[in-house]
Design a protein around this ligand. Structure first.
Ligand code: HSE
Length: 311
């Protein structure tokens, strides 16, 4: 048979976005993962290569988010075609940037094109979520959905999935600070309380609603004062030894506000221009370096495109 092959990119994402625990996320221009899928004659899904993971990821198809997602898609569609999968990680594992989600999204997005399945992104979502569930131990779409659809998304409900695209101000930029600390999402979920006071629920709902209003109307002050989290940040901040100091530095360097990206260790800051976003990357990157941690920084707008074919 003629061997077909395709290489795709799926973007990293920031989930939670302050008050939107498990219900808000947006895609970044960079970083992101690359996945190459090729047809094979074995009738099996095979991981042929993984790069950029420092040997941390499983090479077994049932223990890798990309191939679990691809297998869920093939099982549902009764596809017997063998597929070789090469995964090129372009961001750290356990970075809080939706690394496992990006690989799962890239996998199903690539196979959809490779095998001419013509499935919509909505139809691909449950398969990508099956991959993500392997990594985080829970079904949450706040990384997978932005990586797959692009944009800033609100996941209103999971049963059935109800996703709403939120308009964002054109000038909004995001700075990512990724310190060299590894946090496993599954562990960072276990430290969260399972019940909250009425006071917390009211504050969280108020901030989540106000953040959406601020984004939709382009009101930076409102975005800044709504970027407050009562559900995850108070419990996860302790995983980042310099978190409070870094937040203060971000405010004095011109950030609208900042918070933990997903389950951390990455942080994101919003600002209103690329110049400010780059300044934040430099000031905060230097600060984390001074604390004795390796650090990577990224500057991005909200990526409205989602995954794309690169070869
Ligand atoms: N909403 C999830 C969490 C995202 O915070 O646990 C994890 O990447």
């Amino acid at each position: 048979m003629n061997r077909k092959s395709i290489k795709v990119f799926a973007p990293a994402s920031v989930s939670n976005v302050g008050p939107g625990f498990d219900i808000m996320g947006f895609a970044l221009d960079e970083p992101g993962d690359e996945v190459v899928v090729s047809t094979n004659d074995s009738g099996k899904i095979v991981i042929t290569d993984i790069t950029g993971d420092n040997g941390k990821l499983s090479r077994e198809t049932e223990n890798n988010t990309a191939t679990v997602a691809i297998k869920a898609l093939c099982d549902e569609m009764k596809i017997k075609q063998g597929i070789d999968v090469a995964i090129h990680k372009k961001m750290g594992i356990g970075s809080g940037l939706g690394s496992s989600a990006a690989s799962a999204v890239a996998g199903v997005f690539a196979v959809n094109i490779l095998l001419d399945l013509n499935l919509s992104a909505e139809k691909l979502l449950p398969f990508a979520l099956a991959g993500e569930a392997l990594a985080s131990g829970a079904i949450h779409a706040d990384n997978v959905a932005p990586s797959l659809f692009g944009g800033f998304l609100l996941i209103r409900d999971y049963d059935p999935v109800d996703i709403i695209r939120i308009p964002v101000p054109e000038k909004l930029h995001c700075t990512i600070i990724y310190p060299d600390i590894e946090i496993k999402t599954s562990e960072a979920r276990q430290i969260l309380p399972t019940t909250f006071t009425m006071k917390d629920v009211i504050a969280q709902s108020g901030n989540a609603a106000a953040l959406i209003a601020g984004l939709s109307s382009g009101n930076s002050d409102l975005i800044g004062r709504s970027l407050v989290d009562r559900v995850a940040e108070p419990y996860r901040a302790g995983l980042l030894p310099f978190y409070d100091k870094l937040k203060k530095k971000a405010a004095s360097a011109g950030a609208i506000n900042c918070n933990i990206s997903g389950s951390g260790p990455s942080l994101f800051c919003f600002s209103n221009s690329r110049k400010k976003a780059e300044k934040l990357a430099s000031v905060l990157g230097e600060f984390v370096d001074e604390q004795g941690y390796g650090v990577q920084t990224y500057v991005s707008k909200i990526n409205n495109l989602g995954p794309k074919v690169i070869e």
